[in-house]
Design a protein around this ligand. Sequence first.
Ligand code: UDX
Length: 447
Amino acid sequence: MALKITVIGTGYLGATHAAAMAELGFEVLGLDVVPEKIEMLQRGEVPMYEPGLEELLRKHVAGIEGSTGRLRFTMDWAEVGEFGDVHFVCVNTPQKHGEYACDMSYVDAAFETLAPHLKGPALVVGKSTVPVGSAERLARTLAELSPAGEDAELAWNPEFLREGFAVQDTLHPDRLVAGVRSERAEKILREVYATPVSEGSPFVVTDFPTAELVKTSANSFLATKISFINAMAEVCEAAGGDVALLAEAIGHDERIGKKFLRAGIGFGGGCLPKDIRAFMARAGELGADQALTFLREIDSINMRRRGQMVEMAREALGGGSFLGKRVAVLGATFKPDSDDVRDSPALNVAGQIHLQGGQVTVYDPKGMANAKRLFPTLGYADSAVGAVRGADVVLHLTEWREFRELDPAVLGEAASARVLLDGRNALDPEVWRRAGWTYRAMGRPTA
Ligand code: UDX
């Protein structure tokens, strides 16, 4: 008998995971505590923009014409307990208000609510990003609260999906990590992931703490890479070098690699910033804070970038105040191919300039609704040209393909001055200069 799977929490991670599990051939039941989310998903609609996800959902959600019917959604915990052999916990762990540590209340609530409904053999699999040591504690919660007792077991299986590539990363993961305490748990996870493993995804079996740490250390490494190149950008600014050429040259060393070495206004989003902070907080609790003090520097290099972009814009406008100046901002999301504006460097820069009296007009291909909700006082335009109309300076802050394909001549007609600041080092300076623009990018004073 094929395993039956439930997915608890249908946000970014959970919705994608549920659809991917159905795609792999399993019967899947997704649960969320927010009725609106469940209603949307039942109609085959996704609450966020993620390429390919809506198609995948519609392919499997029961009740949609032509679907396999393998994917259903519910709000009923008893139904979930009854249905599943494997329960994936995919709820979010946001940063606590006013603290570095992460808020475990959604994870704790999920375990405490699910456990009493586990009456027979079940594997509960944590996927949420949690502080190391949580799995150990949650295993005790399960043992205490499940009628199934030892038959209800825990495994930890962190998720590495990137926004914008969530479907691909879930169906074809570059590695699978299984934190387990028994052969049975490992066997079940191998069965769940048989397809990607057969296609070559490495399957790494670990204990609980290692599985939890793989996730936070991977994100710390990525954040470090970005802040490293951004620190080099600062040095290039001071020394008259070109960080883009520098990144290309060091990237030829295979040990360093080319990826994640794009200097600019830095990282944001719902993961990297809060994950490195939660990691520092947890290391402190464990008495290992010294090991991670470097992450404090990574964080501050990253946050400093936003202020430097603001200063670069001020300089481009003559060095004085932003009062009465018109500033076009291209991009609001924290990265392209996403509508996510959580801790977005682009919106942060736009907001800072606005608060200093600049007249900011923002355009983003997919993030407008979320940006307006978060920053209702900024100006918004419904196209790039619209945002640029009458602008004294144009800031390119999220590297959407749409912006690379813009015609600098057309934008030049609309702008009141042809000054472009590339906060992502993603546009071609030559193309813009040929159209009469002054092009300036971070870390490339000589480019
Ligand atoms: C990240 C991890 O990549 C993923 O494995 C984990 O599961 C969740 O966190 P995501 O938040 O989707 O994924 O974003 P990512 O693609 O890592 O980009 C993070 C930020 O870094 C973005 O704001 C991006 O613009 C920025 N970035 C990325 C750079 O500034 N320079 C780079 O070279 C690469």
